[in-house]
Design a protein around this ligand. Structure first.
Ligand SMILES: [Zn+2]
Length: 236
C-alpha cells in the first residue's frame, strides 16, 4: 500500500498512463476547490475505469511509520529535527509547510525519551530519510485536517480517533500562526512570530547553541498550562 501522497499519485499516473505532473496539477486544483486529496484521486481513478478502492492512504500507518523512523535512531532524529526547523523558515522550494512540521513535532513529543534507540553507527542517508519524513508528514496533514483555499479549516471527517488530538493541535497552532503567534518549539511559550529565531523564543534561542540534544524539542511535554490542546476543546 502507498504511504505518501506522492507514492499514490505515481501509482495513479502509472495505472492511467497520464503524466505525473498533469495529474498533480489536476489534483491541486481539485483541492483548491475544496475536494480532499483522496476524493480527487478516487474520482480520477473512477473516470479512467479503475477501481477507486485501490487508491487509499491510511493516516494511521503514516503516523506509525514516522514514529518508527524517529525512534529508530536518536542522533538521526536530532539532525532531521534541526534541518526541518530550518526548512520551515526557508522560502521557495526549500520551504517545509508549517502544518506538516507541527504534525512532526506532535509525533516527536509523543515518544518518551527512553524509547529512542541510540545507534552506534552514524546515520547513512540523512537526506533520503529527511525527504521521506517530509513526504510522510505532508501526506499526514493533508489527510487528518480539513482544507480549503485558505489552508486548514478544521479536522477531516475521516480522521481516525487516535489522530484527532494531533489534528486538533496542528489546526489550532496553524491558526495561531495566522494571527501572528507562534509556540516556541523548545519551551512551548506563546510568543509573537516577530520575536522568534529558528522557531524558538529569544530566550531558548540564546541557550540553544550549548544544548545539542533532543531535550530542546522535548521540553514542551513537561510544561503545564497554555500552549497545548486541551482535551475536550472542540473545533468542529
Ligand atoms: Zn522558548
Amino acid at each position: 500500500m502507498s504511504l505518501t501522497a506522492r507514492d499514490l499519485l505515481h501509482k495513479l499516473a502509472k495505472d492511467t498512463g497520464i503524466d505525473y505532473s498533469i495529474l498533480a496539477k489536476r489534483v491541486n486544483s481539485d483541492i483548491k476547490k475544496g475536494k480532499s486529496f483522496l476524493d480527487s484521486i478516487r474520482i480520477i481513478a473512477s473516470d479512467k475505469g479503475l477501481n477507486p478502492d485501490r487508491y487509499l492512504l491510511d493516516s494511521r500507518k503514516i503516523a506509525i511509520e514516522v514514529k518508527a523512523i524517529l525512534q529508530d535512531d536518536y542522533s538521526q532524529t536530532l539532525m532531521i529535527s534541526a534541518v526541518l526547523a530550518q526548512m520551515v523558515e526557508a522560502r521557495g522550494k526549500q520551504h517545509y509547510p508549517v502544518p506538516a512540521f507541527l504534525a512532526y513535532l506532535e509525533i516527536l513529543y509523543s515518544i518518551s525519551e527512553n524509547d529512542f534507540t541510540i545507534q552506534s553507527d552514524p546515520p547513512e542517508d540523512i537526506d533520503g530519510t529527511t525527504t521521506r519524513i517530509i513526504e510522510l508528514t505532508t501526506s499526514l496533514v493533508s489527510l487528518v485536517c480539513r482544507w480549503n483555499d485558505d489552508g486548514i479549516v478544521g479536522i477531516a471527517k475521516s480522521c481516525p480517533d487516535e489522530l484527532r488530538e494531533l489534528a486538533k493541535a496542528v489546526y489550532r497552532k496553524t491558526r495561531m500562526l495566522q494571527n501572528g503567534l507562534w509556540t516556541c518549539i523548545s519551551c512551548g511559550k506563546i510568543v509573537m512570530v516577530s520575536d522568534t529565531r529558528a522557531l524558538m523564543c529569544l530566550e531558548c534561542d540564546g541557550q540553544f547553541s550549548d544544548d545539542s540534544s533532543l531535550t530542546t524539542f522535548h521540553r514542551e511535554r513537561e510544561r503545564v498550562g497554555y500552549g497545548r490542546t486541551e482535551r475536550g476543546d472542540s473545533i468542529e
